[in-house]
Design a protein around this ligand. Structure first.
Ligand SMILES: Nc1ncnc2c1ncn2[C@@H]1O[C@H](COP(=O)(O)OP(=O)(O)OP(=O)(O)O)[C@@H](O)[C@H]1O
Length: 543
């Protein structure tokens, strides 16, 4: 009897069916699946809800789908989910579109600065918190949204904190509007075209959901007037946490040693190591590749792939690809891979316990980046990147006694950054009394005054603290540090915009150098050419 194989198209169909079945089963097995009805009911009953559930329990990917099925997108309304980081917004949207068996950009889409994959059909929209703030400039009542989910709220980025204050205000205005029938009250914003467009329409109350695996529910509940908090129990797979016996004096070296220890002693599974920045990642990548050459020929190979914010996004996406057969993927990441993301294949997480954070001295007005120990919440998020596709292990490169000494959660960024941008955004939103603004945690008065002073000096505010016209309005529209926005506006007057764009771009990233391994030869040739083009070099020096 001859043997037969399925034709290519039948095989494709079978693979597709298998994948659909796998996704259905994965979704059903998530801890959140058993509380779908309860969660949807709670959202119906409460205008603000706080949801705390373990990492990997299914909050980010499932809740928006539950709400969609529960009828929260009727009348073309949109469910918006904010993420502190671009990479999370993009990858989660892709996953949810796949789960919905739909093309990205239709029912499910994402919107981040300079990249929008949404359409008129989009009903579940993932975006960065900064982007939603920008949308509020154009539509102060966020009228197209029925629900806004602020995910990973524990991160307390400056955008999250401003957004929380703003959403509270929007909720209040929309609740009043729906009570009064058709008339929308003023939010204290300057009358703009969109608000005029909003007036005369019925705006339903805005549902707000605050979510994380590691937030202080009480603190958020108090801020939102005693909002209800629900806890989702359980996680899909266990993660073993291991600590070192001794303190490690050099965490980079300890990370290198741990990577090879896992590679040689543990079973299959990819590794995710957290480092503090591009320089550390590049130097560790070099060391790993040097040492990998000395591995015995019979041992499996190592494929390193970095992920940090200034890496081009196509390169960032490499971390989400599978390693070739017989190769272990080692992802070297900053904290951009700390929350929300699921990196396929990751079984082992290495956490040296350090992070690069912004610090600000309001007296000198100087901002800096410093390396500090992570908080307990961050350590928990990092370990949660394992155990998403099966049981995992997290190697913390510090002693357990050190973990106990870590602060519970990170100091909100709003308390340790230059507030000029925040103040400018709030002014553009029509919020004049910055000191009186209902921040969840108020920044220091000195920091606010220093920012007001800087904005007056830059000409963004008038002497009576009003947004200047046109410069202040133009500056608020540019998604940049006010100093850079002003530089671009002035450069355009002086006809040197192109040069200033180069300078601002260079100043906006941690490092302007990026040398992908596969382009090393191209890079060396470019350097040789640059050496021969002296006049051009002079121009660079001037810049
Ligand atoms: N891109 C993906 N590829 C494969 N599986 C995924 C992907 N995204 C999510 N999953 C699966 O869905 C599960 C739930 O993910 P989800 O992001 O919804 O959890 P979460 O509770 O929001 O976690 P966290 O608090 O860490 O953000 C993951 O543990 C993983 O099993």
């Amino acid at each position: 009897m001859p043997s037969f194989s399925a034709g290519a198209s039948t095989q494709k169909q079978q693979n597709y069916q298998r994948r659909r079945q796998q996704i259905r089963e994965q979704r059903k097995s998530l801890p959140i699946a058993s509380v779908e009805k309860r969660l949807v009911d709670e959202v119906r009953k409460n205008d603000t809800l706080i949801i705390v559930g373990e990492t990997g329990s299914g909050k980010t990917t499932q809740l928006p789908q539950f709400l969609y099925d529960g009828g929260f997108c009727q009348d073309g309304k949109v469910i918006g989910i904010t993420q502190p980081r671009r990479v999370a917004a993009v990858t989660v949207a892709k996953r949810v579109a796949e789960e919905c068996n739909d093309q990205l950009g239709k029912k499910v889409g994402y919107s981040i600065r300079f990249d929008d994959s949404t359409s008129n059909a989009t009903r579940i929209k993932y975006m960065t918190d900064g982007l939603l703030l920008r949308e509020a400039l154009l539509d102060p009542l966020l009228s197209k949204y029925s629900v806004i989910v602020v995910d990973e709220a524990h991160e307390r980025t400056v955008h999250t904190d401003v957004l929380l204050g703003l959403l509270k205000k929007v909720q209040h205005s929309r609740a009043n509007a729906s009570k009064n029938g058709k008339t929308l009250p003023s939010m204290g914003h300057s009358q703009n075209l969109t608000q005029k467009a909003c007036q005369g329409t019925i705006c339903a109350p805005l549902k707000l959901i605050i979510m994380s695996a590691s937030l202080d529910a009480k603190c958020f509940s108090d801020y939102f007037g005693g909002a209800k908090a629900v806890h989702i129990q359980g996680r899909q797979y266990p993660v073993d946490i291991l600590y070192t016996y001794q303190p490690e004096s050099d965490y980079l070296d300890a990370t290198l040693v741990t990577i090879f220890q896992i590679h040689l002693e543990e079973g299959p599974g990819d590794i995710l190591a957290f480092l503090t920045g591009q320089e550390e990642i590049e130097s560790l990548e070099r060391l790993i590749n040097e040492r990998a050459r000395l591995l015995p020929p019979e041992s499996s190979k190592i494929w390193t792939t970095p992920i940090y914010s200034s890496l081009p996004s196509e390169q960032q996406m490499n971390a989400f690809k599978s390693a070739p057969a017989g190769t272990r993927k080692v992802v070297l990441a900053t904290n951009i891979a700390e929350t929300s993301v699921t990196i396929p294949g990751i079984k082992y997480v290495i956490d040296p316990g350090m992070v690069k954070a912004r610090a600000y001295n309001p007296v000198t007005g100087m901002e800096s980046l410093i390396i500090i120990p992570v908080s307990k919440a961050q350590a928990l998020q990092r370990s949660g990147r394992a155990g998403r596709e099966g049981p995992g292990k997290c190697f913390r490169l510090f002693q357990e006694s050190e973990f106990d000494k870590l602060v519970d959660s990170t100091v909100p960024e709003i308390k340790r950054c230059n507030l000029s941008n925040v103040v400018l955004q709030l002014k553009a939103l029509g919020i004049d009394d910055i000191i009186g603004f209902d921040f969840m945690e108020k920044p220091s008065r000195t920091a606010i005054l220093k920012s007001l002073e800087q904005l007056i000096l830059l000409g963004a505010l008038t002497d009576d603290y009003k947004l200047s016209d046109p410069v202040g309005h133009q500056m608020a529209r540019l998604p940049l540090d006010p100093m850079y926005s002003k530089a671009l506006i002035v450069a355009s007057e002086f006809k040197c915009l192109e040069e200033m764009l180069i300078v601002v771009s260079m100043l906006s990233v941690e490092s302007i150098f990026f040398s992908p391994r596969e382009k090393l030869e191209e890079l060396q040739n470019a350097w040789r050419r640059a050496k021969m083009q002296m006049p051009k070099r002079e121009q660079w020096k001037r810049l």
